[in-house]
Design a protein around this ligand. Structure first.
Ligand code: SF4
Ligand code: SF4
Length: 260
């Protein structure tokens, strides 16, 4: 998911797809390019990607972040991003790539599911409306574009079990948009507030521990039904983390969470 400037939307390389537009694509292990797209990547992970990957690997979110990612702050951004580490081999292969293909295929990240289609999300400041767009951008080496399967963006999303990923990434994009303005003040993006906000969406096992084993519940009044849900359910906890960030950083009220 990219954040796009409405002015520059027509300058992107690739084909801008409307909902009914079709593109040719089919990926399979019989193509000579098989696995080539899993090398030399800058693969950013969204909070829901991390949640699914740490579940699949059966490790806590903190361990996943320590072992598998670099946390980077891109110029012009005020919220750190999470970049999957690549192998140090000559190809810079993805650490999850095996000879048979992706070793975590069922939990592969959102970007991998949709590739070589990309989703972009931008907000029109004049109408205050969000618009989701799709770009078809296969690199020259990707031979799947010459196969004869014809797909709409939705066909491809359904085929790749990416619908829930798109929903969750869109949800996160709504929060991430708020970070176009620096919320950190003199603390900067490495200060205590930034660490708390990062934990709430990316390191959710630690966030759960923080909620239930600190003075958090003394400082915030939270509906008991929400407490029950976030105790057990990671997706609910991640959504709660997003809502809490809005209240914590910008004072935006959310149903069910109040300062005491
Ligand atoms: S996560 Fe899987 S699909 Fe994505 S780049 Fe790595 S090996 Fe390829
Ligand atoms: S390069 Fe394209 S066709 Fe080849 S494996 Fe990757 S996505 Fe599939």
């Amino acid at each position: 998911m990219k954040y796009l400037d409405p002015e520059s939307i027509n300058q992107f390389s690739g084909i801008l797809l409307e909902a009914d537009d079709r593109f040719s694509f089919r990926c399979h292990s019989g193509l000579s390019c098989f696995n080539q797209c899993c090398r030399n990547l800058n693969l950013f992970l969204y909070p829901y990607d991390v949640l699914r990957l740490k579940e699949s690997l059966q490790i806590p979110s903190g361990q996943f972040l320590d072992h598998y990612v670099d946390v980077v702050l891109r110029e012009g951004n005020f919220f750190p991003e999470v970049l999957l580490k690549m192998d140090q081999d000559e190809h810079r292969s993805c650490i999850f790539l095996s000879e048979q293909g992706c070793s975590i295929y069922e939990s592969r990240p959102h970007t991998c599911r949709l590739y070589p289609m990309e989703q972009g999300f931008f907000f029109d400041s004049k109408t205050n409306q969000a618009r989701l767009i799709h770009l078809f951008r296969p690199p020259a080496f990707c031979l799947g574009q010459y196969e004869n399967q014809r797909l709409t963006p939705l066909d491809w999303m359904v085929d790749q079990n990416a619908t829930v990923y798109s929903e969750m990434t869109s949800y996160w994009a709504g929060i991430k948009r708020l970070f176009q303005i620096d919320p950190w003040g003199s603390e900067g993006p490495a200060g205590p507030k930034a660490k708390m906000a990062f934990m709430a969406v990316y390191n959710i096992d630690r966030f759960r521990d923080f909620i239930f084993n600190s003075s958090f519940l003394k400082r915030y009044r939270i509906k008991s039904s929400i407490i029950d849900r976030i105790r057990k359910n990671d997706v609910e906890l991640m959504k709660f983390g997003c809502s809490w960030i809005k209240l914590y950083l910008w004072g935006i009220q959310t149903t069910g969470i109040n300062l005491r």
